[in-house]
Ligand binder design. Structure first.
Ligand code: FAD
Length: 418
């Protein structure tokens, strides 16, 4: 691990906006930071964080604001990282690439493709910044593939002492803390990602019955690089929620919509980054989402329990349940820490009694050692975090060393981790 402490007198990074309201994509999370800075370079980021450290001003880094949870709000300094972008060259000896933190996942896919490479995994949505995405454990689906953060091989960040720190693969402990760190170790300026030679994927969409879906789940997961499945409570759910036309002649309540993607030679496939995320040019219609990760060994049981809950207690709900899968990894705060997992996402339109619905789901999933998707809605408290994250102490050791004054905590994070 290398630490550089530039000695020149720190200047305040431009542009600095005072008292500008920040909101997430829905407008449901907001705050009025004393300072909003948009650094364009590593040096500007160092200057901004040093300004805050000297005055003990709390700092929160923000990406594209696509999280539902209150991770970014602060009354101190908001570091909007979206101007930290730029092309990066892949090192062909290691198939790794340094990527500036604010690079949007979709743009990264295009840049890599042009250079002959692809990401191994991404979410079903690609408008996040790369570091915003990996900081919350953003994932796609595939039982043998980890979340995006599991492909991080190095991190450069400005920590809570104002120092520029580089963490590499030899710093295993620090890297395991940094991969999924919710902006609590500092402002990440760049990450080194493992990528792979560019590839095409062949997409298959099927509508198996619900019972067949459960029956073949194990073989479907083993047979496909990426596999996910949705259950829709209503026939028009898919179209209204995800702009996916409902297959004709199929009563979706007794069926699933299953997606699988496998590598192809290109003749019958599409560039990987074009199909792993829904490539809609329109912003999504506002909705709330809760998502929990649970042990994959209990997948069939809990899929049935979630479907039963919707049918019996919330039959009016329109959003499909989305079941995805991820390989376990070693990041201390990853929802998939040392556990191959199924994730269940449930959505709801605003002002439709979603709080009671999410309370019910939380109650159900609590029986399954459910860990939250940090960027979505969850009901966990400090005791839950201590119970569900066996390496929390390891994370805390790194966090308190990198941020000795707790400048990178806001009220929500202090409640969970402080
Ligand atoms: C429509 C929609 C679809 C989605 N689809 C998926 C999906 O398919 N799979 C999935 O897993 N998730 C999905 N998500 C969740 C989303 O991927 C996460 O919430 C993600 O963290 C958002 O990234 P962002 O760039 O908007 O970051 P933000 O929401 O702005 O920030 C997220 C976290 O990252 C931290 N952070 C951001 N930049 C930095 C930095 N430079 N240094 C340090 N910390 C930083 C912030 O402090 C915060 O803790 C979806 C969200 C939406 C709204």
């Amino acid at each position: 691990m290398t630490v550089s402490s530039p000695t020149e007198a720190p200047k305040f990074a431009a542009p600095d906006r005072r008292d500008q309201v920040w909101t997430n994509w829905l407008g449901a999370q907001s705050s009025t930071p004393r300072h909003t800075v948009r650094p364009r370079t590593v040096d500007e980021t160092v200057e901004a964080v040093r300004h805050a450290v000297r005055r003990r001003i709390p700092v929160r880094p923000a990406g594209a604001g696509y999280s539902w949870s209150p991770l970014a709000p602060t009354g101190g300094m908001l570091v909007d990282t979206r101007s930290l972008t730029g092309a990066a060259g892949v090192d062909p000896r290691t198939d790794t690439v340094w990527v500036p933190a604010g690079t949007v996942v979709r743009d990264l896919g295009d840049l890599l493709w042009d250079a002959g490479y692809s990401l191994s995994q991404q979410g079903a949505f690609d408008q996040q910044t790369i570091v915003g995405a990996l900081s919350t454990g953003t994932h796609g689906s595939g039982s043998g593939i980890g979340n995006i953060a599991s492909f991080v091989r190095g991190v450069r960040l400005v920590d809570g002492r104002g120092e520029l720190v580089e963490i590499d693969e030899d710093d295993e402990h620090e890297l395991r803390a940094a991969r999924v760190s919710l902006g609590m170790l500092g402002v990440i300026v760049e990450v080194r990602l493992q990528v792979e030679p560019r590839y095409h994927l062949r997409r298959e969409i099927g509508c198996p019955t619900w019972s067949d879906t459960l029956h073949t789940l194990g073989t479907d997961l083993a047979a496909h690089r990426h596999y996910s499945t949705m259950w829709s409570p209503h026939d028009d759910s898919l179209e209204t929620c995800y702009r996916i036309p409902s297959p004709p002649g199929v009563a979706m309540g007794d069926r699933n919509l299953s997606f699988s993607f496998d590598k192809s030679d290109g003749a019958d496939g599409e560039p990987a980054h074009h199909v792993l995320s829904f490539r809609s040019t329109e912003p999504p219609a506002p909705f709330y989402e809760m998502e929990y990760a649970m042990p994959v060994g209990r997948a069939a049981e809990l899929m049935a329990a979630a479907r039963g809950l919707l049918r019996e207690r919330h039959p009016e709900r329109a959003h499909p349940l989305f079941f995805r899968f991820a390989a376990g990894d070693d990041a201390y705060l990853s929802p998939f820490f040392e556990r191959d997992s199924i994730t269940v996402s449930a959505g709801a339109w605003p002002d439709t009694g979603e709080e009671a619905f999410f309370d019910d789901l939380h109650g159900l999933f609590s029986d399954y050692e459910a860990r939250p998707h940090w960027g979505k809605l969850y009901r966990h408290d400090r005791a839950d975090v201590h119970r569900l994250y066996p390496a929390l102490r390891d994370f805390d050791e790194v966090r308190t060393r990198f941020d000795p004054h707790g400048l990178f905590l806001n009220d929500h994070l202090r409640m969970l981790f402080g």
